[in-house]
Design a protein around this ligand. Structure first.
Ligand SMILES: NC(=O)c1ccc[n+]([C@@H]2O[C@H](COP(=O)([O-])OP(=O)(O)OC[C@H]3O[C@@H](n4cnc5c(N)ncnc54)[C@H](OP(=O)(O)O)[C@@H]3O)[C@@H](O)[C@H]2O)c1
Length: 295
């Protein structure tokens, strides 16, 4: 018996997921609001459903990956889909918030479906790699039974437990880290450009130092969990100096100081609070302070 899966949403990510399922020998049924986007997949062997309910009815596993939860709800929350949901496993790979995941799980369970929520931590071209991470939460039996299918999308499945909001909470956490680094990346690009360094070379070097910084943050995560801020790898003082140096250099070079001023402010506050002789992870105390009044 062929394994059956349906994919709803054929944007750049959903199409990639459908292609991976086809490659693995699943009988794949697809549906997209704009049906023309299914053409290449149909040529590759997918079946095109005329309606979302037809797609849901065709797969034991139903993967949905659309722009946002609003789109997901527009597609799924109707009597025709609800009538064919019992017994299916709905795998929600649309990015959303913990609250949206909770509401979506409650709806799916109320209509007899199993439900998993996932946060894809990679770009479409990285899907299917053994190292690609997908965050998951939801009932453990649903996860266990979906594991083989999910591993086709990414070899590193980070299952965060039964509480359905956890995958999207972790997605918010990892994206917070990514966007902090993104702001720094663009300021760094100005610094490199100002020094006449080709920005492609800058991108290469950022990639090369990436794994080392991954290890560094893993260490700092363990320090945060232990609550022991005795210096072990990176004294706060180094970061206080570094962020001030970056700010001073930006001002001297006439670069927009907005980002380095923002970063240096956190470390200046850490110095004022007497944290200079601690491991850099003690910066969490500044983050834990009540937010200042909005300017
Ligand atoms: N691309 C990435 O790098 C990446 C990485 C991680 C996570 N994700 C997540 O994956 C999800 C899909 O991303 P994507 O890159 O595939 O986006 P995309 O290429 O913009 O595709 C969006 C999809 O949503 C559908 N859609 C939007 N509004 C709709 C509505 N009101 N009703 C029905 N369908 C609607 C689109 O249908 P039409 O074709 O008809 O417009 C299309 O299938 C997002 O939640 C995104 O955050 C993406």
């Amino acid at each position: 018996m062929m394994k059956t899966a349906s994919v709803i949403g054929l944007g750049i990510m959903g199409s990639t997921l459908a292609r991976l399922l086809l490659k693995a020998g699943y009988r794949v049924t697809v549906w997209n609001r704009t049906p023309g986007k299914a053409d290449a997949l149909v040529t590759a062997g997918a079946l095109l459903a005329a309606t979302p309910e037809e797609a849901v009815a065709a797969g034991d596993f139903v993967v949905i990956c659309v722009y946002d939860y609003r789109a997901s709800e527009e597609i799924l929350r109707n009597a025709a889909v609800e009538a064919v949901l019992p017994g299916r496993t709905l795998i929600q790979l649309t990015t959303g918030s913990p609250k949206e995941a909770q509401a979506s799980e409650a709806w799916a369970h109320a209509h007899g479906a199993r439900y998993l929520d996932g946060g894809i931590q990679a770009a479409p071209e990285q899907m299917g790699d053994p190292s690609t991470t997908i965050l998951l939460s939801g009932a453990s039996d649903a996860f266990r039974d979906s594991e083989d299918l999910l591993k086709l999308f990414g070899g590193n499945l980070a299952y965060l437990g039964v509480e359905i909001g956890r995958a999207s909470a972790m997605d918010l956490a990892t994206l917070s880290y990514v966007y902090g680094a993104t702001l720094g990346f663009f300021h760094g690009a100005l610094v490199a450009e100002n020094a006449g360094i080709p920005l492609g070379r800058y991108g290469d070097i950022v990639r090369e130092i990436g794994p080392g910084f991954g290890e560094f943050f893993r260490h700092e995560g363990a320090v945060l969990e232990s609550g022991d801020f005795t210096i072990s790898q990176s004294p706060m003082g180094i970061s206080i100096e570094a962020t001030q140096r970056i700010l001073d250099a930006a001002r001297e070079s006439g670069l927009n100081p907005r980002f380095p001023a923002f970063a240096a402010e956190y470390f200046r506050e850490a110095k004022e609070r007497g944290l200079a002789e601690k491991e850099v992870a003690a910066l969490i105390e500044i983050f834990r302070s009540p937010a200042p009044a909005r300017r």
